[in-house]
Design a protein around this ligand. Structure first.
Ligand code: GLV
Length: 317
């Protein structure tokens, strides 16, 4: 964690921080949370009923991520423990990366670089690493929250793309117009898009939003980009579809069971793989960490968190 963020927290709290480059086991986490009022999570720590039962002093768990599927919000609410996340501060950086991954995938940037570095480039040819166009193509976005809208704006205004989206609920007309995006069913989107980008939160309901049946609806020339969460895509079904060239390529920043990656994906040349770095710029990571710290200070010192996920625990109990 940024030393300046730890220093900020130390002005208000007695801080135990894990600055070693190793993940605490759940037993060690529980042990270290004894007597602690707050948890600062970088996103991986699982907070569920059993952890809460074992850590009775805990009042708030603050994650520096926008996604909070590591928190069991119902269990936290039942235990009267506040959950906070870090929305907004990472929106544009993450949308930038979604676009970077889309372009690298469609234009075969990493695959061709590996070829060059391996000394395999001996001549130019008209069809060397031909990819698919981004400008003027159809972009399909599943999950039209803040980040999805950022990707839509980049596609529509930067690259002249036709933008289709699918979301749990349709956006209002002004927001649709601000991203030049058209609401369609998931099936229609999958059948029409040249590039499909996933930006939905993970939950039991969104697990395997893209599986074998959905991949079968996509064009054989299409690309699939996942910057949402591992588990939104059935990685095994995707590896099979990519190996059989039933879709052209995929770009994945998140994986089922990460940091492990399905060996079948590692073997394929038509997939770009990055280690969950969509929000990784220094200013954005610092803003995320500071917001997580602000939530801890806001709640434990002033009684007012900034971005509560279960604000009902703030009311009279
Ligand atoms: C990163 O994946 C986040 O949810 O912030």
């Amino acid at each position: 964690m940024f030393p300046e963020v730890i220093e900020r927290l130390k002005q208000h709290f007695c801080v135990l921080s894990n600055q070693a480059d190793e993940t605490w086991s759940s037993e060690r986490l529980v042990e270290n949370l004894q007597g602690k009022s707050g948890l600062f999570s970088t996103g991986g720590e699982r907070v569920d009923a059993s952890l809460l039962a074992a850590c009775p002093d805990l009042k708030i768990c603050s994650t520096m991520a926008v996604g909070y599927n590591n928190f069991d919000i119902d269990a936290m609410t039942a235990a009267g423990v506040l959950a906070t996340n870090a929305p907004d501060v990472l929106t544009e950086t993450t949308a930038d990366f979604g676009f970077a991954l889309l372009m690298a995938t469609a234009r075969r940037v990493t695959e061709s670089e590996h070829f060059l570095r391996a000394g395999m480039w001996t001549r130019w040819s008209y069809d060397l690493f031909v990819g698919s166009d981004i400008h003027g193509s159809t972009l399909g976005i599943i999950g039209m929250g803040r980040i999805g809208q950022g990707i839509a704006r980049r596609g529509a205004f930067g690259f002249g793309m036709r933008v289709l989206y699918h979301n749990r609920s349709r956006l209002d007309a002004a927001t649709e117009a601000s991203c030049k995006a058209t609401y369609v069913s998931k099936q229609e989107l999958l059948g029409a898009a040249d590039h499909v980008v996933l930006v939905i939160p993970y939950s039991d309901a969104s697990r395997h939003t893209i599986g074998a049946a959905e991949l079968a609806l996509m064009k054989p020339t299409a690309t699939l980009i996942n910057i949402a969460r591992g588990g939104i895509v059935d990685d095994t079904a995707l590896a099979l579809a990519l190996s059989e060239r039933r879709i052209a390529a995929a770009g994945l920043d998140v994986f089922e069971g990460e940091p492990q990656v399905l060996p079948g994906l590692l073997k394929l040349s038509n997939v770009v793989l990055t280690p969950h770095i969509a929000s990784a710029t220094i200013p954005t990571r610092l803003a995320m960490a500071n917001l997580a710290a602000d939530n801890l200070i806001g709640f434990l010192v002033k009684g007012k968190p900034l971005t509560a996920l279960n604000p009902s625990v703030l009311g009279p109990r």
